[in-house]
Write a protein that binds this ligand. Sequence first.
Ligand code: SAH
Ligand code: SF4
Ligand code: F3S
Length: 482
Amino acid sequence: MENTEYMNRLAPVADNMPNTEPDRQRAYMALLKKYFSELSIKLGRPLTMCTVTFGCQMNARDSEKLSGILKEIGFISTESENADFVIYNTCTVRENANNKVYGHLGVLGNYKKKNPNMMIALCGCMMQEPQVVEKLKESYRFIDIIFGTHNLYKLAELIYNRIETENMVVEVLKDSTEIVEELPVDRKYPFKSGVNIMFGCNNFCSYCIVPYVRGREKSRTPEDIICEIEKLAADGVKEVMLLGQNVNSYGKNLANPVSFAELLKMVEKVEGIERIRFMTSHPKDLSEELIEVMAHSKKICRHFHLPLQSGSDKLLKVMNRHYTKERYLELVDKLKSAMPDISLTTDIIVGFPGETEEDFEETLDVVRKAGFDSAYTFIYSKRTGTPAAVMDNQVDEVVVKNRFDRLLAVVNEISHKLSFRFEGKDMEVLVEGPDDHDDRLLTGRMGNNMLVHFPGDRSLIGQIVNVHLDESKGFYYMGTMI
Ligand code: SAH
Ligand code: SF4
Ligand code: F3S
């Protein structure tokens, strides 16, 4: 095959690749750029790529890095999965996240039959599970590359290997201590960006698969983080979201330990950055220092996502969460007294093994007392390999569904009521884009993470403007620019 001949000609070059990162990947990118530009000329059209992201903000940020590498080697992005390079960046936090991927794969296989140049790569959390990779190797032979969460920076090298060997390339590492900086990133939004401050998780909540698929906690140095944020600011970014599974334990294992609150103070000083958000905070590590820094900050958004999971002390203990219902409510009080206008959101799991009606009532009680502006509610999903998966008191499906519906009703009622508290106020809004349903309107996000739709010109996209909130619609507002 012509392609192979070409790569064989390049093979000796690849033997002399630099051994240090990111130079090594840069060298592979340069090699592939030449290769794909010749392929593009031969085909008489540009080569397209599509990155499909499942799961959380961490995965969304990883996908921007993957797209950055593909763009660098000559692909242009498209929304269609009928593209020359398709990557599925997968999630496995719940069974349904997992099933979605298998559901899509058949369609990709059919596209590939019609486009022999197509390459399909699967990566992300699901690939860290050996049984998944086995299944893919057996039943989905058309996949070109499989890699995990620890080596996504190596995409260029893996593509090279795929072209070289003409076999499915599988490289999944159990864990890593290395953090590779300075690779290209293709941001989804010009005006806001996620910034990883740490990777992995050490908490081992008994239901959760994340520590197994993302590895142990590793913090980036404050210098690397600030340098990235300064570059983002220079590039027009106004809002950064600091990302980690438990940002409150940031920096504990660095050679020179730095607390999350201290990091926030450093980010605050970066000129050009007007808004700072973070995700996610574990209640067990939420410090007074953090509340204090937030309350005095002009840039940290008045929004706190504080996952509750359950209101039952008994279940919180079995979940390995290290806080009680009382402690959680105390933290909520502290946040609200320091910042009365703060908006509070949470995650709740229903149907954890052993959950009784009384346990569930405790959760409802916290929902009523805490006053969440919104809550992500999940039905407990058994994840192989986690301690909860082998607990013998799994809750009946019908009972769980009933509780889930009841919880949702209470959550919605409260968040609907709470949303009226901002009606009539003037708020700073970051204009994110045109309204999805009415193109005379713009959609903007307030610091408290709520959305407002208002008449305005598209030239304002990416700007921070003041908007009067005319009317609450329950989950969003209608407003007028002032
Ligand atoms: N690190 C974050 C959460 C990451 S996962 C934290 O600790 O808050 C996002 C949410 O998914 C969790 O907060 C939890 O509510 C939910 N989740 C995780 N594992 C789950 C499971 N096995 N079943 C149902 N929901 C789960
Ligand atoms: Fe999962 Fe708990 Fe880690 Fe969050 S803190 S990622 S819920 S183990
Ligand atoms: Fe899913 Fe992995 Fe995030 S399992 S929720 S994509 S860390």
